[in-house]
Every structure is written in structure tokens, then in C-alpha cells.
Ligand binder design. Structure first.
Ligand SMILES: Nc1ncnc2c1ncn2[C@@H]1O[C@H](COP(=O)(O)OP(=O)(O)OP(=O)(O)O)[C@@H](O)[C@H]1O
Ligand SMILES: [Mg+2]
Length: 335
């Protein structure tokens, strides 16, 4: 007999917006975003620098940059409970426990004046209820899993004594230490060389299968997307421009922005002198209100009405269920 909650998504983001207030300006880096992630499912979030990927994922966990005031609207439900309505104490027990986090900047996750081992074992003791000796053994095991050689001596070191790549691997170990149901991984492989990148991706895939861990991974690397993800969300100027299964979005992109983003990925098979096709123009200023499609000023297919009304996410015809794009021009063309 199936239980009703097994049908509910693990994570459900509904009409979620974030406004950040600095002393001089207010910006809206997340603007009415909705999607869901099922248990054991992997969602990749892609988009240019500054499109709001980090803020979208960190704001609900109360992990925004220090000294920035914020307004959060909408709902972010994890196992049916809205993270935006939790007390600080409730959020603290979810973070590092059922939701693991790998930070884009591993230094921000690590306390500079405490040894690496202690930082790892603390979380393990707290969230898995292990004794200090068991936690110590588990921490060494985790560091081995993420490919850090000689874990016993690494655990005696301070974060600044490790290289950037080593710190990033410690960051991944900390993210998975509590055996989370959901791992939020913000560019977990960017500072690593390709071999280690492949190891980390394989590790995440293995954990996802063995523990049925869901993953939201922010990445600029389409190799990571196709190797790991089930679904992709494409962000542009704080909004979702396209969402769907990996195959549909990568092989049959519907939004002009996704097409541009994919065209800007250098192809291994292209001759070496092929010019690099970047996206022309700049992303918009998020401090200004954007009425129509945020991509319209850079879009070769834009029509005058694109700058008037914000396009809704529409089902892409003749594609798989759940493939959505916020572009009436291309979506209607394919009918
Ligand atoms: N500390 C801050 N103070 C003010 N505004 C900020 C701050 N951090 C981010 N923002 C605003 O939020 C927007 C989104 O930032 P975010 O870090 O989420 O982008 P991102 O998509 O993760 O980029 P990247 O790929 O470079 O990591 C930025 O363009 C900026 O306008
Ligand atoms: Mg980021």
C-alpha cells in the first residue's frame, strides 16, 4: 500500500521571490520561481553569473551573505513544511541534517580557527547521534570517499593549510556528512581538476543511488549536468526561463536563452580555430523593474510585445511532460 506522502515532492518551491536591500539599492535576484524535486531526483540549475542561482538556494536556508537585509515571498516546502516559516532553531536542525549544503566558496563554510576534523565530527555527532570515536572514524571515511589522501593528518590541519581543491573536497564531505535526504551543492567541482571532478560526480551519483539522496546542483558545466541530473532548470535574471528533463532541455532547447547558452559551450569536436560563440549583450540590472521578458533586449527572435508582458512558463509541444519554457515565440512556433 502506498502512503500518500510518497507522492508529494521532497522539495517544492512555489512562487518564490527574494528581494535584497543594501544601504544604497534594492535588488530582486529571485523573481517568482517555482519547481519541485522528488525524493532521489537530481535537478541541475544553470545560468550566467549573477542570475540568482546561489541566492535562490541559500535564502530559504537562512544562508544569505551577512549584512544584507532580505524579503522572502512565496513558499519553499521541504517534506511538506515551509522552510520560510520555520524558527531559527528548526532551520538549524534541518540544515546539515536532512538538508546538506555544499557552499560555492568552501572557505565560507569552514571556521578558520578550528581543525578540519573537529568541524566534520561535530556535525556527524549532532545529526547522526554517533559517539566521538565513531564520528572520528566516519569523518576519515568521508574524507577518503571524496578523494582526500591521508585523511588522519588532514583532520589535524586548519582550513588555511589546505589547498583550494582540498578545501572544496572537505566542503563536499561536510555536505554529505549528515546523510541528507536533500543535498544542495553550489558548484561543488569548479575549483577541481577534471579527474577529481569526475570522482566527485561519481561519488554524488553513488550516494544518490544508495541513499536515494535528492540533489540540487548548481553548475556551469554541461558535462556535470548530463552526467548527473534528471532535470535542468535554466535561470536568467532571477527567473526560470526553461525547465525540463535533461534530454529534452539539452537536445531540444526551447528558449532562445537556453539555445544561446548551449551554443556558447565550446564543442570538443569543433576545429580549434572555430570562433567562440558567446551570448551578445549583458544581463539586465536587477535593481530595475523588468516588465516583459528579461531576455528580450538580447534576443534575436524578440517581438515588440516581448518587452510588455512577462511570458509565463508554457508546456513545450511535442516534448515530454514537464518540459516548460517561458517564450511564447518559440513555443508557439513548434506547434
Ligand atoms: N551580497 C550581496 N549584496 C547585494 N546584492 C547581492 C549580493 N549577493 C548577490 N547579490 C545580487 O544577487 C544577484 C544574484 O547573485 P547570485 O550570487 O545568486 O548569482 P549566481 O547565479 O549564483 O552567480 P555565480 O554563477 O557567479 O555564482 C546578483 O546579480 C546581485 O545583483
Ligand atoms: Mg553562485
Amino acid at each position: 500500500m502506498s502512503r500518500p506522502e510518497t507522492n508529494a515532492p521532497l522539495l517544492e518551491i512555489a512562487d518564490f521571490s527574494v528581494t535584497l536591500h543594501t544601504p544604497t539599492v534594492s535588488v530582486r535576484p529571485v523573481d517568482r520561481v517555482s519547481y519541485s524535486v522528488g525524493a532521489g531526483e537530481v535537478l541541475a540549475i544553470v545560468g550566467e553569473s549573477g542570475s540568482g542561482k546561489t541566492i535562490l538556494n541559500m535564502a530559504p536556508l537562512d544562508l544569505l551573505p551577512a549584512g544584507v537585509d532580505s524579503d522572502l515571498e512565496g513558499a519553499v516546502r521541504f517534506q511538506g513544511r515551509d522552510l520560510l516559516r520555520m524558527t531559527t532553531g528548526q532551520l538549524e536542525s534541518v540544515r546539515g541534517g536532512e538538508i546538506g549544503v555544499v557552499f560555492q566558496d568552501p572557505l565560507s563554510a569552514l571556521n578558520p580557527v578550528r581543525k578540519v576534523g573537529r568541524q566534520l565530527t561535530e556535525g556527524i555527532e549532532r545529526h547522526l547521534g554517533l559517539t566521538p570515536a565513531q564520528a572520528q572514524a566516519r569523518a576519515a571515511e568521508l574524507l577518503t570517499l571524496v578523494g582526500l589522501p591521508d585523511p588522519q593528518s588532514r583532520m589535524q590541519q586548519y582550513p588555511h593549510e589546505l589547498s583550494g581543491g582540498m578545501r572544496q573536497r572537505v566542503g563536499v564531505a561536510m555536505g554529505i556528512a549528515g546523510e541528507p535526504k536533500l543535498l544542495i551543492a553550489d558548484e561543488p567541482t569548479t575549483a577541481l581538476d577534471v579527474t577529481v571532478q569526475a570522482q566527485i560526480v561519481a561519488l554524488l551519483k553513488d550516494l544518490q543511488k544508495r541513499m536515494s539522496m535528492a540533489i540540487v546542483i548548481i553548475t556551469h558545466d554541461f558535462g556535470v549536468v548530463s552526467g548527473l541530473a534528471d532535470k535542468v532548470a535554466v535561470m536568467y535574471a532571477g527567473r526560470l526561463s526553461e525547465l525540463g528533463g535533461v534530454r529534452e532541455v539539452l537536445l531540444d532547447p526551447a528558449h532562445p536563452y537556453t539555445r544561446g547558452l548551449l551554443a556558447s559551450v565550446p564543442s570538443l569536436s569543433a576545429p580549434l580555430d572555430t570562433p567562440f560563440e558567446g551570448l551578445p549583450g549583458q544581463p539586465p540590472n536587477l535593481a530595475r523593474r523588468i516588465d516583459g521578458c528579461a531576455f528580450a533586449p538580447r534576443c534575436s527572435l524578440a517581438r515588440p510585445d516581448c518587452s510588455r508582458d512577462r511570458p509565463p512558463l508554457l508546456s513545450v509541444p511535442r516534448s515530454a511532460l514537464g518540459h516548460l519554457a517561458a517564450c511564447p515565440v518559440t513555443v508557439n512556433q513548434t506547434v
